[in-house]
Design a protein around this ligand. Structure first.
Ligand code: PAF
Length: 355
């Protein structure tokens, strides 16, 4: 279990109370100097984190965080077995072999965590929530999942949830091996938009680990924006069998992407959600930054697994219906991707070629 992990919220609280009460520059600079020294020694900001959902993205976050913190990741048997015995191999934007404690369930965790990072598929949120309530009911959870309904599902279950978005592009290459194909923006925030010490402290821990994280006062808008980006990239790449970059380099696909993104904006507006930027620009920025990545939906199709299309395009269709909007692009994308999912589950499917 190693060195004791101090709660960053407490550390921050002590330092900001010194700053508030004494306002003395010399004392403050001394404190900050010593804090920096302790952080550099790795003995102060070590936080105990469980990454629940060690797919491609979860494994990347677990690896980066494990350099300065105590980390345990929960995932599928073959992957966690390989990681526990041989470590996790990462290539691409991050490189190296990382030893991380890993297992199949939360209750095998070697420590009581300060945070749980939730990266399971959006259709597994409820199941994961039940396991969290069973083992660590009081631990705060930050969701970095795809879709717009996860935080609400968790909150309704009584879980202490914080919202998160990230657009890092990561490909699962096989048990114990991932490719960090593209970097992206990461943001976290309280669902009710208030500014909190715990979110600032977690953003610090993530940034120190190399996952540059902003604190957002509008995480719901960020989550919708990320979902709108996924509503364009994920079904198109899955149906067409192309990497993210193809969508911006092929003119008719770019136009189709813009139409889906505009429809998502209309639905968000009808719900009074303010997205921090225009999804029509954002999806192209993300596709460009992750050009070499195979979207999570395409990876699911290749592996004959269920995609998150019901939780992404399907969620936009449901939200549109609530406001009497006809989400024709999102519905068409969802139906095509669901068709592809079904075709690819056939036992005699031919191997998909990715362009
Ligand atoms: O789902 C995905 O694949 C990712 O969210 C993203 C950012 C589109 C990169 O591939």
């Amino acid at each position: 279990m190693g060195r004791p992990a101090h709660r960053p919220e407490i550390v921050e609280a002590v330092f900001s109370s010194i700053k508030r009460r004494w306002g003395c520059r010399i004392i403050l600079s001394q404190c900050l100097f010593h804090r920096k020294k302790l952080i550099n020694r790795g003995s102060f900001y070590a936080v105990r984190i469980i990454v629940f959902g060690a797919g491609a993205l979860g494994s990347l976050f677990a690896a980066l965080l494990s350099r300065q913190n105590e980390v345990y990741m929960v995932g599928r048997r073959e992957h966690v077995l390989m990681v526990s015995t041989k470590g996790l191999d990462i290539e691409g934007n991050t490189e190296g072999n990382f030893s991380i404690a890993a297992g199949e369930t939360l209750k095998e965790s070697p420590f009581y965590p300060n945070w749980i990072i939730l990266t399971v598929k959006a259709y597994q949120t409820e199941e994961a929530g039940r396991e969290i309530l069973d083992v660590f009911p009081e631990v705060p959870v930050v969701s970095f999942q795809n879709g717009i309904e996860n935080e609400l599902v968790l909150k309704n279950m009584g879980i202490n949830a914080v919202g998160g978005v990230t657009s890092h592009g990561v490909t699962f290459l096989g048990p114990g091996k991932i490719l960090h194909a593209g970097t992206g923006r990461t943001a976290i925030g309280e669902i009710d938009s208030r500014s909190s010490m715990r979110v600032r402290a977690l953003a610090y821990v993530l940034s120190e680990a190399g996952i540059l994280t902003e604190v957002s006062g509008n995480i719901t808008g960020e989550i919708w924006l990320k979902a709108a980006v996924n509503a364009v990239i994920n079904p198109l790449t899955a149906v067409l069998g192309v990497r993210n970059g193809a969508l911006i380099s092929i003119d008719p696909l770019r136009k189709l992407g813009d139409s889906i993104a505009s429809e998502c904006s209309e639905i968000a507006e009808a719900h009074g959600i303010e997205m921090p930027s225009d999804p029509k620009d954002e999806w192209k920025t993300v596709a460009e930054r992750t050009a070499e990545n195979m979207s999570s939906a395409l990876q699911d199709i290749i592996n004959g697994k269920r995609t998150e299309i019901r939780e992404i395009n399907g969620a936009f269709v449901r939200k549109a219906e609530e406001k009497g909007i006809d989400a024709m692009y999102n519905r068409a994308m969802m139906n095509m991707a669901l068709g592809k999912e079904k075709i690819n589950k056939e036992p005699n499917r031919t191997k998909l070629r990715v362009y």
